[in-house]
Write a protein that binds this ligand. Structure first.
Ligand code: HXC
Length: 256
């Protein structure tokens, strides 16, 4: 499929999706979301892909939902078309997804980054939920996910004032896993993605599912889920390969 608003590339077992509307700082419109969703479907269906990177440009991961496209929406438009629900496809991706964020990740852009499994931030990254300045509030998970990442006080301040957070504050408050010099962001993201893509794919997917389960359930249920999935992994050839490789002092080969 030929895309106009994203670029998709494959490097070994890593799929790279780059948001690409430079004229609008990667503002998110329906076409971009449809193309992103189609690309995710394709990479999910490809068993040779073990990890996905979602990134933008040096200046912007994404500056939010496209304000020009939204300006004249009415309530019936948003309700009847279920505006935004299709944006959640990213959060249902079963394979690991890394957000590599440089520049602005604002509004829907910050929300997309938070739907990924973890965020690697360039030292130029700026995060924020400035929707309130436009007379609306976050609509794609910002009030919920940001609060889980950084706690109520900081999330509330950011959502109520629209203040942006730089990379240092984002790392300190747990929004991003680490900060990387901007020039090295993609090299480092690719290195991390290749490490993940070199693991057993079903085990990586199950690990992601178990970590995410911690947000949705009680501790006892989460631990029961983890235990059952852990036990089931002894039915995979990858457990034999991983443990044999350790004992034989060689690197494991999980491709089989
Ligand atoms: C449409 C946008 C845009 C957006 C930037 N542009 N953000 N177009 N929607 N969200 C366009 C500008 O209009 C401009 O186009 C071009 O991109 C460059 O932007 P500038 O503003 O000239 O760049 P700069 O001065 O560097 O400022 C960067 C910025 C600013 C601070 C990021 O662009 C900005 O504040 N953008 C809006 C951020 C925002 O409010 N995001 C939340 C959106 S609401 P022209 O044609 O003029 O050159 C949202 C709701 C989510 O996300 C709900 C669920 C998804």
């Amino acid at each position: 499929m030929a895309y106009e608003t994203i670029l998709v590339e494959v490097d070994e077992r890593v799929g790279i999706i780059r948001l690409n509307r430079p004229q609008a700082l990667n503002a998110l419109n329906a076409q971009l979301i449809n193309e992103l969703n189609a690309a995710l479907d394709g990479l999910e269906a490809d068993r040779n892909i073990g990890c996905i990177i979602l990134t933008g440009s040096e200046k912007a991961f994404a500056a939010g939902a496209d304000i020009k496209a939204m300006q004249n929406f009415t309530y019936p438009d948003t309700y009847l078309d279920d505006y935004i629900t299709s944006w959640e496809r990213l959060s249902r991706t079963r394979k690991p997804v890394i957000a590599a964020v440089a520049g602005f990740a604002l509004g829907g852009g910050c929300e997309l980054a938070m739907m990924c499994d973890f965020i690697l931030a360039a030292d130029t990254a700026k995060f924020g939920q400035p929707e309130i300045k436009l007379g609306v509030m976050p609509g794609s998970g910002g009030t919920q996910r940001l609060t889980r990442f950084v706690g109520k006080s900081k999330a509330m301040e950011m959502c109520l004032t629209g203040r942006l957070m730089d990379a240092v504050e984002a790392e300190r408050s747990g929004l991003v896993s680490r900060i990387i010099p901007a020039a090295d962001l993609m090299t480092e993201a690719l290195k991390v993605a290749k490490v993940i893509a070199g693991m057993s794919l079903p085990v990586a997917m199950q690990t992601k599912e178990a970590v995410n389960r911690s947000y949705e359930t009680s501790l006892a249920e989460g631990i029961r889920f983890e235990r059952r999935v852990f036990q089931s992994q002894f039915g995979l050839p990858h457990q034999k390969e991983g443990m044999s490789a350790f004992i034989e002092k060689r690197p494991p080969d999980f491709k089989a």
